[in-house]
Design a protein around this ligand. Sequence first.
Ligand code: PHE
Length: 343
Amino acid sequence: MKNKLINIRTEALADVRVAGTIDALEDIRIKYLGRKGALTLILRSLGNVPPEERASIGKLSNQYKSDIETALDDKKNELTHTSSGGMIQKQWIDVTLDRETATARESLGRLHPITQIQYEIEDIVTSMGFEIHDGPEVETDYYNFEALNIPRHHPARDMQDTFWTEDGNLLRTHTSAIQVRAMEKRKPPFRIVGPGRVFRYESTDASHENTFYQVEGMMVDRDITVAHLIYVMKELLKEIFQRQVTVRLRPGYFPFVEPGFELDIHCLICDGAGCSVCKQSGWVELLPCGLVHPNVLRMGGIDPEVWSGFAFGLGLNRLVMMKYGINDIRHFLSGDIRFLMQF
Ligand code: PHE
């Protein structure tokens, strides 16, 4: 019996010595110390041992049991340390390596150029005290036309051909619908911008798309004049282009402003000398705007005797095309990765 015990101990310790994983150690524990383990069986059968040997065999068994447990514990500690050590070796991270070198720039995602310019403009106008508002892309006739002084059957509706939904709503043709929604939410004085995607029933060519992007702007306060409008537009454009811009206003017709303007800027490509971007005129049409029509204020619940305001609608596609010299508006939604990778 004693020899059997000695053999079990020797074998168990040898097993522990060569074990390479924590799982293997657990198997060894079960093999010797588990419910049906070799040592456990001996302890259980102590009853069959002759009484004069029982005490010494019992004592020995318990001592070997604790030897094996200690060996298992020690080995477990050793394995835990070397395996995390192994992990550190394998997953070593060089914190001094900068990301640009580590990862090819081409594999990083990036924002669409329209989104980039939209975020830039949002930064600029919020620094000028404008709040950013939003509106749905599927609009009601009221917000897109009616409340903007374009009643049903008004010929001005022909200026913006529209995608109608079967229930009488439409894909908004301009972000001006956001003006109307903002007037419902804010009491004057206020300044808001509303960036967004707009839709027109257009046949597409290099300068026409059925889906494009605008940023609407509206400021309502006391005694707002065209001078305020021009000042804010010039500041905005100066920040966008990072240089002084020369502007001119031409009369423009939009039923929701009076007077209404087309704001042109001195061509930034040729400095007014005439080039293909400005079609040799020296000027680029950039920004429709005007003073908010009293009817629009009234429908927005604002008293035009007390308050006045200006509004503008900045076309983002045109802006990005100017900035990068892009000659076809259809690139923006083409999803062509060769186009998008350039920004
Ligand atoms: N909503 C007009 C358009 O898209 C632009 C505009 C906005 C004009 C605000 C005047 C004032 O054509």
